[in-house]
Design a protein around this ligand. Sequence first.
Ligand code: OOB
Length: 543
Amino acid sequence: MEGFTPWPPDLARHYRERGYWTGVRLGDLPRDWAGRYGDAEALVWGDARLSYRRLADLVDRLALGLLESGLRPGQRVVVQLPNDGEFMLLCFALYRMGAIPVLALPAHRRSEIGHLIDLAEASAYAVPADTARFDYLGLAREMRGTHATLDLVLTDRNAEGDTVSIESLLGRPSPATEEIDRLDKLRPDAGSVALFLLSGGTTGLPKLIPRTHDDYAYNFTRSASLCGFDRETRYLAVLPIAHNFPYGSPGVLGALQNGGTAILAPSPNPKTALPLIAHERITVTAVVPAVALRWMDEASQIGTDLSSLDLLQVGGARLVPEAAAKVPAKLGCRLQQVFGMAEGLLNFTRLGEDVSLAIETQGRPMSDGDELRIVDPAGQPVPDGAPGELLVRGPYTLRGYFRADEHNKRAFTADGFYRSGDVVIRHASGNLIVEGRIKDLINRGGEKISAEEIENVMLAHPAIANVAAVAMPDPTLGERICAVLVLRDGKQINLSDLTAFMAARGIAAFKLPERLEIAADLPVTPIGKIDKKLLRDRLAGGP
Ligand code: OOB
């Protein structure tokens, strides 16, 4: 596939020989699982419950229906669905027929979706038919009008107009043997791209992270066994499942791989999520630190029975040790910290190890195939215990962003290590502590915002001469966005004007600044770049 950077052949051979890559295709998994786990409960959402057998049958029906709707192997499909069964069924059906989902977040709007459709040259776009939260269908129709490659709009449930619904395709009869053979013949190569995840972004709009069948299967298989997932596991997905953490790290896919049950919840709000833990006898779930804090705050008031909960996985942003230490007492479960990235590398604190490590560190790589370097700005390894940028190479870490040649030259070393932009320290135990970062992004409670992306949007405003998007510290979210503006002569602007202007440009709401500062000019570093560190320090010290 043009624009995809494969692993070099010798490393690929090594990964196969070592058993990291097994040649599995994600689209074959529902049928393999049905053979192993049969009538056990696989997926639960709302009032719906699917056994493994039923899941496999529905995936085949949907794959055939998609072929009949004109979708072809290799084509890309932007998937923007909430946490429910249709999301899971659609992705499995796409894997099965060799089409490739691009996993957009529900919060994305015209700016991000338009960019993804362009970059992936997407043929189809899947949205919820329900418009209560946002008129996704309206956006999809607009996109079909403005993007030449896009011809199929898929909806979860039946909708009016020129769309195809997953609901109707699932209503087809169970496939006959010849139809199953037809699907089997379309089986893609295990080394080919199975799905695209989105990067949190360091420059400009989100980048596409190609994940192959081999590499992503290893991602959730290895992490599921490391986290002790088994047939008794009842995993609750409360974060958006388009994100790597709840989807495959080990997430929903890890729970299914080991014969457990995945329960999909619409939101991490404690008023709905905590009662669901009691009702569904949830054993494990994954949250960002801001959600963990809120659950700890509200658990005693809500007063539900959390006795089934064995493990809380926390990742996506820094969890402070003071909060980490309270998890067992407040929620009655064990804590596991997860430091991961859509680009690949996953670090976990280990269960059954000294609990102080789960409080003070962000874990260590899940695979002995992960190669890590911690380096200074000149690229030289730092002494043990000193902070440095984390570089990584391994059997499930990308070798290049999709169709991003120029960016890839900077984002990877000559020998293929990904420059994470995270500053880490190796703790005496060998685990990592995430100290900070050198990439220019804001981590708002686990949601990543590229400073450059929103600066470009703000610079289009006629009153704004120059701008810096800066992370300001926040007790609950960790960071929030502050816009530091230099105005054109005689112009004025306030925060609500600014955010209204940005929202009208169609960017996701979580990217809107929450504080505005006006400056006469922006401080620069000796080589003339805006000095974000100085701005951050100033914001931390007050206006
Ligand atoms: C996860 O993935 P992304 O792609 O949304 O974000 C990755 C970035 C990391 O490079 C790091 O800057 C930050 O998020 N991060 C953490 C962290 N986990 C991620 N920073 C401090 N402490 C942590 N525990 O966020 C992600 C993907 C899979 C599993 C878990 C998280």
